[in-house]
Design a protein around this ligand. Structure first.
Ligand code: ADP
Ligand code: MG
Length: 729
């Protein structure tokens, strides 16, 4: 029996035997995290103060104190049964990385004991050669090291009965180039903090710190593990490269409103519990549009912590799913013809005085602060749309962006009807002659429309890649499997840059003698005029928008190899270098790494297509043809006229046609790959993989394979079909 039918058989015997704790969330929340509260308990006063100063003010921890913190951490971890520790980091491969060491050691006199010293806490040297470096290593130094990032708390990962203390770290080369997602993110957040505080001080001198906030919404599919294992494409690339559309897809939209199936619900509660223990503040779970598609979202947090938590969540989900004999698919487009997975990044900025800078204010004065940050965001997105586009570019996301349910590759901003009106008012009413009285009236008028504006929250435009949703912007074009750090690094650094310019522009007007508030209003007006091209309230899925965007001169780059060009323009180099986020060498290395990742992903998919076509599809089709032939010959031998086996002949013929084309195209695909592989330049090679390999062959091979699926006897078909993957559980 094929794996497919075994899996289907097993499904009917499926039972929920995994025990899921039903303890109250607040009693388990953060149980496996070395929180400040735990630190207070396990550390000396001196060590605690030093840790606190490092978390709050970025102060360096010295070696002696590190030893004492390490001891405290070990004592806490051991009280929970932990035997090993690891530096935990986010390399550019897109997953998280660990290298476990035990606390266990043997002293020179032979005594065996557990130990964790300050050096081991602060720094480790994982073998960097197995992680991508984009040529940095050749140019600089061979080794890399991980360095403790105290701003993110240590935590314990439980796998079965094994428990490991994880120390969040950044990953850098010996000469200081960052090799991970986290290091540049922290730098971008620092740039934003500085620039935003200065602008806040126009309105409130008490603000001394601004933190960017992130609440991600993670979409995923969950399917039966045994069915998934019978699909080599799902096992190897997380996506089905073939599969005919099922009779019932998502057209009834009954999944979105339906109740969560029991087996999935059980799994959700289990992984949620694991996440709560790790301090991930999950809040919502619900069905998504496509069958077997779901979403999970937390309460928002500081960006750097939220990024860690999302990376952890993806890992936890995958592991917990195995316990339930389920498989999580986080790929951007696991199935053709139905919705793909996204990861909306809800983003805002908060002051240490407790103000959300993207929340419309309660007084005319605080409204001006809101408008300042609101308009600066629009300007940042307008000026650096190409970089935002590049920050979400990946082979997986190419399948999703611009497909009919996902935001297009054109970056535009949706602000809603009322805020559009407010922006128009400012644009027309603020002029050179604009005086204090005009300003006072305008401020009041704007303030009056605020209650209406709040109603606007419900007026959601689902088709926009970057939308204002009442008190935050939602960057919707982010792919589901992406590390949020990449788009967050870009968004925060372009915001920092724009705010710095804003400060300069306003100060220049003040110097010329303008009153502060008038100078601010005039600069806001100028920014609205300069960036209103990026505002779009209509249907982002429509063909008309593509034409309109082209007319406006907005970039529309649908494929990754070309979208990545934006990373290495002189504008980008200047931006990142000036804000101390990437050196030119680091930027070029990253560009190279992203291109290489793209090439490898397409290469793997192409190979899988070839393997499946030659080893599964064609042999199955031929087997069925033989049956038809036997039948035809039998009927012939019985002396029946051709009219009796006309249909059989026709099917036989059709199958031959499809088999022929599949075979030829797979052969040509292999040749195209060979040619692409010989290309020296990484960018040219990535473009070849995109146009000569993927675009030329993927769809056409799939078309004929899916036709065969519809023709061949179901009993022979070895790959689980869409209807089984999506509806059986
Ligand atoms: P929807 O699915 O309608 O977009 P959700 O409620 O699922 O909305 O998700 C909204 C997300 O936005 C949540 O993760 C929430 O925590 C986050 N969020 C809310 N306020 C902020 C904020 N000020 N900064 C960042 N994220 C926020
Ligand atoms: Mg959303």
């Amino acid at each position: 029996m094929s794996l497919r039918f075994q899996a289907i058989n097993d499904l009917s015997n499926q039972t929920n035997d995994v025990e899921v704790s039903s303890r109250k969330i607040s009693t388990i929340f953060g149980e496996n995290v070395f929180t400040l509260k735990t630190a207070r308990e396990y550390l000396s006063d001196e060590a605690y103060k030093s840790l606190l100063a490092s978390i709050k003010g970025g102060k360096k921890i010295d070696r002696a104190v590190a030893g004492s913190i390490a001891n405290g951490m070990r004592a806490w971890a051991e009280s929970k049964g932990v035997t090993h520790f690891t530096h935990w980091f986010q390399p550019l491969t897109g997953t998280t990385a660990e290298k476990h060491d035990s606390f266990f050691t043997i002293k020179s006199d032979g005594t065996a004991l557990e130990q964790f010293d300050g050096d081991a806490l602060i720094q480790q040297e994982p073998d960097a050669s197995s992680f991508p470096s984009g040529g940095l290593r050749a140019t600089f130094e061979a080794r890399g090291y991980t360095a403790w990032d105290p701003s993110s708390p240590a935590f314990i990962i439980e796998i079965g009965s094994g428990k490991t203390l994880c120390i969040p770290t950044i990953f850098v080369s010996y000469t200081g180039e960052s090799l991970d997602y986290k290091a540049p993110l922290l730098k971008a957040l620092e740039a934003l903090n500085k620039a935003a505080v200065e602008v806040c001080n126009y309105f409130d001198k008490n603000v001394t710190k601004v933190t960017a906030t992130l609440g991600w919404e993670q979409e995923y599919f969950i399917i039966d593990e045994r069915l998934a294992n019978a699909r080599p494409d799902l096992v190897q690339c997380g996506r089905t490269v073939f599969g005919a559309a099922p009779a019932k897809g998502q057209q009834l939209e009954d999944h979105y409103f339906g109740s969560i199936p029991e087996r999935v619900y059980h799994f959700m509660r289990d992984f949620e519990n694991e996440c709560y223990k790790l301090g991930i503040p999950l809040k919502t779970r619900h069905n998504e549009v496509a069958p077997s598609q779901f979403e999970v979202a937390p309460i928002f947090e500081e960006v750097s912590v939220a990024v860690d938590h999302n990376a952890l969540l993806m890992d936890v989900m995958d592991r917990v799913a195995r316990r339930h004999k389920l498989k999580v698919l986080i790929h951007e487009k696991p199935f053709a013809g139905i919705n793909g997975n996204g990861k909306h990044n809800n983003w805002s900025m908060a002051t240490d005085t407790g103000v959300n800078l993207l929340s419309p204010g309660k007084t005319p004065k605080t409204n001006l602060m809101f408008l300042t940050f609101f308009v600066n965001t629009i300007k940042a997105v307008h000026d650096y749309a190409d970089l935002l586009r590049a920050s979400i570019a990946s082979a997986g996301n190419d399948h999703r962006l611009g497909a009919n349910e996902a935001p297009p590759a054109i970056i535009s901003v949706f602000v809603g009807q009322y805020l559009s009106k407010v922006l128009n008012e400012i644009e027309t009413r603020v002029s050179d002659k604009f005086d204090e009285q005009d300003e006072a009236i305008l401020k009041l008028d704007i303030h009056r429309s605020i209650p209406e504006l709040m109603l606007d929250n419900t007026d959601r435009n689902r088709t926009s890649p970057f939308a204002f949703t009442g008190n935050k912007f939602e960057f919707r074009a982010v792919g589901s499997s992406a590390n949020c750090a990449n788009p967050m690094t870009v968004l925060n650094v372009i915001m920092a840059e724009t705010l710095q310019q804003f400060k300069k522009d306003v100060d220049a007007l003040i110097e010329k003698g303008d009153k502060k508030e008038i100078a601010i209003m005039q600069t806001i007006q100028k920014y609205i005029v300069e960036s209103k091209n990026v505002l779009f309230e209509g249907d982002g899925y429509s063909e008309a928008w593509h034409h309109e965007a082209e007319r406006r001169g907005l970039p529309n780059v649908p494929t990754t190899p070309l979208a990545l060009d934006a990373m290495v323009t002189s504008k980008a180099k200047h931006l990142f270098e000036k804000n101390n986020v990437f050196s030119v060498a680091e930027l070029e290395a990253r560009h190279e790494i992203e291109l290489e990742k793209y090439i490898k992903k397409v290469q793997i998919e192409a190979r899988i297509m070839g393997d499946l076509a030659l080893n599964h599809i064609i042999p199955t089709a031929i087997k069925y043809q033989n049956e038809l032939l036997q039948n035809i010959n039998g009927l012939k031998a019985a002396g029946l006229p051709e009219s009796h086996y006309k249909t059989q002949l026709e099917i036989l013929n059709k199958i031959s046609e499809h088999v022929q084309i599949v075979y030829e195209k797979v052969h040509a695909l292999v040749e195209a790959r060979k040619i692409a592989n010989n290309i020296e330049n990484t960018r040219t090679k990535a473009i070849a993989y995109c146009t000569q390999v993927k675009e030329t062959y993927f769809d056409v091979i799939r078309y004929h394979v899916d036709k065969l699926e519809a023709l061949v006897d179901d009993e022979h078909w070895s790959l689980p079909k869409y209807r089984e993957l999506l509806f059986l559980r």
